[in-house]
Design a protein around this ligand. Structure first.
Ligand code: IVH
Length: 661
């Protein structure tokens, strides 16, 4: 057991901290399975830092308040280069140096948390609170995979680490979608979402919300652990912590300015939000010499980027009908540039949100965009002259069925399970790249398939014939046969993808892989009683109930039977999707890079594509999936057009690289 624990801890480190796994997910899972077996035989030997012990048992009554060993200070801000220069001047004056060495780091937009280790084991995690006193959230912190339960090096002294708890944009959006389906209020941004998640009394809920922890300060017995801040960061990595890789040792003000300018744009390609850059004096001796004010250290400053906001007019408020029938109001905006992207729509979440904003059609509003997050309306800036209130339609705008709002619910829903809007959304979900990956089944095509009655359920996709497809608009024989081939190929998609594709409430990509691994076949999953479903990792009563409910509906049972007859894979094969595949979103895709890229060098782009499982070649052929074109792209672009190979820009590539940083 001790050997398995150590090995598993090592592989978690390779995976979560260094991002360089050495073994397959299947091998990792097998090891974890073996450890669980042994622990079941000898519960008395279960170590508190065993990798199986991240999620503890009972919910708590409340959080205990704990005083910090020393105050968790905040940072002074600089909003422009002059204020940054003032900071540098102050530091130079106080230290009598002509040039100071700084460390520049990203300012992650989350909440700070101090974590204490005693004899190398995670002993206590405390939120910032008011800086003096925080709350003990140890049980929840243990569920954060990138936070080690045990240090990688023996520590004779008391170790305290400070850092930021964050949530990625993708996880934030997944969570909000899930909450919308359940009529729960939306989180406003990833930071609130992370803060809410770390303060939940039930640790298994925190566990289901994949949080991350990035460390930025290290203390041994209450004192700084190194002579240079840069070394402390390296020591943190050696101890097993994730430290944000986007950091740099900078010479003087000029170096810091360069880093700041670089990230002003690059930050958009990050998988999480930052609200600026932190510039810190590298020498700890100088830090001590500079000291702190009551509120913030004099040796660091937060350079804040201007929020990506813009004002525009709401031309109309439309309503979208989602896969579960939920009606979501959407603001149609006078197109406006926000952070280099044209925005013409913003989500309004639900009726209550519109009321909260006091928004009417015609109003001038402030909108905000950050990272990949869907633009949102921050507030009404000026009421429109001929403003008119938004009225939620009483009938589904698509199928005309009366909409209902359950008592206590926020959202209105179209309850017609055959509503074309719902069907279209389910088909798009089913065929998604990370789901059944049916390339070529885009929105325009799905509209036609549903409107012409060719597809009434996702199972009908497998009955489509060439001549039916070929006569659709913008569809030649060639694309029709490609589409059929892609539909055919999806039959052998791994079980996890199929489970995800079914669109069961709360069952996203990750839960689907867990279920596939746990049950091994769709039939076993479909037949499992609630209690058995809850045995699967990270599956709580709510999720279990949703799964049970799904398979209890005759309509869904019929769907499953039709998918079986269509020859889809119901059993977990040897090459399943585990942690690995989530890391290889570009598997099987060949790219050609041409022209000058702006955000990254070509070699860097190539390396990232390869790291994500893709291939990069020099010549455009029919096998090329995407040509990524930068400025002044030449003949390769012509070749791509000739062969009908899709050409994308750098921003699209960044998006494809997706949740990988
Ligand atoms: S250093 C005494 N480094 O920003 C200085 N803080 O506005 C301790 N933050 O409370 C902070 N990223 O929660 C530092 N790379 C980073 C950071 C960072 C985010 C947060 C932290 C702090 C707040 C201050």
């Amino acid at each position: 057991m001790a050997r398995l624990r150590t090995e598993l801890q090592r592989h978690e480190y390779l995976y979560y901290v260094l991002d360089q796994p050495e073994i397959s997910d299947a091998a990792y899972d097998a090891m974890m399975g073996r450890l669980k077996e042994l622990e079941a035989l000898r519960p008395d030997l279960i170590a508190p830092d065993s990798p199986t012990q991240r999620v503890g048992g009972k919910p708590r009554e409340g959080f205990v308040k704990v005083a910090h060993s020393s105050a968790l200070l905040s940072l002074d801000n600089a909003y422009n280069e002059d204020e940054l220069a003032d900071f540098d001047r102050r530091v130079r004056e106080l230290t009598d140096l002509s040039e100071v060495e700084y460390v520049c780091e990203l300012k992650l937009d989350g909440l700070s948390m101090a974590v204490h280790y005693s004899e190398g084991r995670l002993a206590r995690a405390v939120t910032r609170g008011d800086g003096q006193v925080g709350e003990d959230v140890t049980e929840n912190a243990r569920t954060i995979r990138s936070l080690p339960l045990k240090l990688r090096e023996p520590a004779l002294r008391a170790v305290e680490v400070r850092g930021e708890v964050i949530m990625t944009n993708a996880e934030f959006e997944r969570l909000n979608r899930e909450r919308a389906e359940q009529n729960l209020p939306q989180f406003a941004n990833p930071r609130n979402s992370a803060a809410g998640s770390i303060r939940i009394l039930e640790p298994w809920i925190t566990a289901s919300r994949r949080l991350d922890y990035s460390a930025y300060q290290l203390f041994f017995d209450g004192s700084p652990a190194a002579e240079l801040h840069w070394e402390a960061l390296e020591k943190l990595v050696a101890l097993g912590f994730r430290v944000n890789p986007n950091r740099r040792l900078c010479r003087g003000l000029g170096g810091a300015r360069e880093f700041i300018r670089e990230w002003e744009h690059k930050r958009e390609s990050l998988a999480y939000e930052i609200d600026g850059v932190v510039v810190k004096v590298n020498s700890i001796a100088l830090q001590l010499q500079l000291g702190t004010t009551a509120k913030a250290p004099r040796w660091a400053i937060a350079y804040k980027y201007a929020a990506e906001q813009a004002s525009t007019t709401v031309l109309d408020i439309g309503v979208q009908v989602g896969r579960t029938g939920m009606l979501t109001p959407v603001a149609h905006l006078e197109p406006v540039q926000v952070g280099g992207v044209t925005v013409s729509r913003a989500t309004l979440h639900n009726e209550d949100e519109i009321a909260r904003l006091g928004l009417q059609v015609g109003d001038r509003v402030l909108i905000e965009r950050s990272g990949d997050v869907i633009p949102k309306v921050v507030r009404v800036e000026a009421p429109g002259e001929d403003r008119r209130p938004f009225v939620m339609p009483s009938h589904c705008p698509i199928c005309g069925t009366a909409v209902v709002r359950q008592p206590g619910e926020v959202a209105w829903r179209c309850v017609n399970t055959n509503c074309p809007a719902r069907l279209k959304e389910s088909i798009l979900h089913f065929s998604g790249r990370r789901v059944m990956n049916i390339d070529g089944l885009g929105e325009a095509l799905v509209d036609q398939l549903v409107d012409r009655g060719l597809v009434k359920s996702v199972a009908d996709l497998y009955d489509l014939r060439l001549e039916q497809l070929a006569e659709l608009e913008r569809m030649g024989e060639k694309s029709a046969s490609n589409l059929l081939r892609n539909i055919g190929a999806s039959r052998s998609a791994p079980l996890a993808r199929l489970i995800h594709a079914l669109g069961i409430s709360f069952v996203g990509e990750r839960t689907a892989s867990i279920l596939a691994e746990h049950f091994g076949s769709l039939d076993r999953l479909a037949g499992a009683p609630q209690e058995e479903l809850e045995q699967a990792e990270e599956v709580g009563p709510r999720v279990a109930q949703a799964i049970r409910h799904f398979f209890d509906q005759p309509r869904n049972r019929e769907l499953v039977e039709r998918l079986r007859s269509a020859g889809l894979r119901f059993e977990e094969g040897p090459a399943t999707r585990g942690r690995g595949e989530r890391r290889a979103p570009l598997a099987g895709m060949t790219f050609v890079l041409t022209g000058k890229l702006e955000r990254m060098a070509r070699e860097e782009a190539a390396a990232k594509i390869e790291a994500a499982g893709g291939k990069v070649t020099n010549t455009v052929s029919k096998k090329t999936r995407y040509v990524v074109a930068g400025a002044e792209a030449g003949s390769k672009l012509d070749k791509a057009r000739e062969l009908g190979v899709e050409v994308i820009g750098e921003a699209d590539l960044v998006r494809l690289l997706g949740s990988r940083e």
